[in-house]
Design a protein around this ligand. Sequence first.
Ligand SMILES: Cc1cc2nc3c(=O)[nH]c(=O)nc-3n(C[C@H](O)[C@H](O)[C@H](O)COP(=O)(O)OP(=O)(O)OC[C@H]3O[C@@H](n4cnc5c(N)ncnc54)[C@H](O)[C@@H]3O)c2cc1C
Length: 382
Amino acid sequence: MTTAAPPDNHAARQHARYDAVVAGGGPAGAAAALTLARAGRTVLLADAGSGPPKTGESLVPAARLLLQDLGVDIRSLDADHRQCHATLSAWGSPQLHCTDFLTDPHGHGWHLDRPVFDRLLRTRAAADGVRVAERTTVSHPVPQPDSGWQVTLRADGTERTVRCRWLVDTTGRRASLAARCGARHRRYDKLIAVHLRLAHDTSDIEQASLVESVPDGWWYTAPHSPAHRLVTYFTDTDLSPPGLRTTRTFLDRLATTRHTAERARGRQALAGAAPRRCAAHTARLEPPAGEGWIAAGDAAIALDPLSSQGVLTALYSGLCAGQAVEALLRGEADALDTYTAQLGETFEAYAYGHREIHVHEDRWSDRPFWQRRRSPLALNAP
Ligand SMILES: Cc1cc2nc3c(=O)[nH]c(=O)nc-3n(C[C@H](O)[C@H](O)[C@H](O)COP(=O)(O)OP(=O)(O)OC[C@H]3O[C@@H](n4cnc5c(N)ncnc54)[C@H](O)[C@@H]3O)c2cc1C
């Protein structure tokens, strides 16, 4: 289960005490662990390898800077992922508009193959001294009398405990450890995603993502590695048509679109693939940190995928969380306030953009999906 480790033995591991245990090896966890290890801290990064299947996301060009700061080799990213050179959108009108990354000072973006991308980050972390535990679930945080935590690690049917001074929750939308520490995930809407992978077509050389708004939501499609095209319908839970999780109903609904359907024409669903549903709502953890623990990535703030900022924000908040823990370990008591303020600013900027982009689509302003998004983000009962 451990991919990189200084020499040790079972007894030593049984009583290991780390400066930080990072639970969750997605982009936020890897960024937090890397930041701490590079500051000379002892870090265990455990990834359960569970959760909703990651089918592929588009990573914006601006992520290049953060990745370089984290020491990630951009050439590896380029070698293993399709480049993304533009966003096409039919939004506010049926016409397709192109936002070309040619004018972006950071260059092109990427269509991510998430397992490959996450592995690249964790390999980087291991090379920088992080102990990486694959297929390992962190649970049962127990506060210790001398401060810090004892947590349980479960892997391959066995359990052991380790201790740490700080616990970093990067477990994704469920924020499973922060929830045990008393934090609450507050939801702002009921957005869900239903996605289907379509078979590859060698004539498909498009290097762009496409979004297309429709009366009850919007569609996303992009080519992704390994060779398939991802098609996703976003709508609210209560507006989702019955049977959307059957391939037939999904494809029928897809056929009512214009640009998305054009890209899907003539393709079969990937062998064995069926439409899958997952949560895509905006959410925020309150509070995002407390005594001896801190949350980052989706665990702290989960964004509407329309923003295309989820992975970037996960990297950024993971890096900030790592810096905050490092400052706290040095005795800088106000580092948690600084971190909370950084997250607050990120969320406010996102919330402003979220409303602006939805107001821009005014063809169906009488439909619930669009009505709900015309006013500023407000807490919604789950
Ligand atoms: C449908 C959809 C489309 C999206 N499209 C985009 C897009 O195009 N561009 C973009 O930038 N963002 C997109 N996002 C958002 C993006 O996927 C997330 O913001 C990003 O994955 C968050 O990274 P993370 O590291 O916080 O969490 P995650 O990527 O969710 O990683 C959490 C990790 O923690 C592990 N884990 C969970 N519990 C435990 C535990 N107890 N112990 C140990 N490990 C644990 C899981 O196995 C997982 O590997 C999309 C999201 C959705 C739902």
